[in-house]
Design a protein around this ligand. Structure first.
Ligand code: MN
Length: 151
């Protein structure tokens, strides 16, 4: 019996350590490895939900971050709205404190505000990203968020 419990707990522990963003309980599908990965630290996925268009003038995607993954510093000339759907995340505007993000949070990022967003160090994270005001919304990618800035 003790041996059986040991094996069960070993299986549970192994399963826990293998848990990745694929298993994050979120409402939208994970999508593909983020094609913009060079502007991110760590592994992220992107599921394009609404393509750039001239009907709604928005681009909407589901972005999923592995633990510790985050965007580079960047800005959107038309602003951005984030809707948090799962896990725990981080958001920071240049010169301000890092904010902790939880499921249900809404982040309204003003046009041209330099910022980054991503997962907490010990949690996967997912948000819906809305880029409004197309075609007048260009993203400018800047430096990576260093470990010192992230902590
Ligand atoms: Mn952004």
């Amino acid at each position: 019996m003790k041996k059986l419990l040991f094996i069960i707990s070993l299986l549970l522990m192994t399963g826990g350590s293998l848990a990745m963003a694929e298993e994050l309980n979120q409402p939208f599908a994970l999508g593909e490895i983020n094609p913009y990965s060079k502007y991110f630290t760590g592994t992220t996925h992107l599921n394009r939900l609404v393509a750039k268009d001239d009907i709604w003038n928005s681009s909407i995607g589901n972005v999923t971050f592995d633990k510790g993954a985050r965007t580079n510093w960047h800005k959107h000339s038309g602003g951005q709205i984030l809707l948090v759907t799962a896990g725990e995340g981080r958001y920071q505007e240049k010169g301000k404190e890092i904010q902790i993000l939880k499921k249900g949070d809404v982040v309204k990022i003003p046009p041209n505000a330099e910022h980054w967003h991503g997962a907490a160090p010990n949690s996967e994270f997912a948000h819906i990203s809305i880029e409004p005001n197309l075609p007048n919304n260009e993203t400018t990618w800047l430096d990576a968020v260093t470990d010192e800035e992230y902590r």
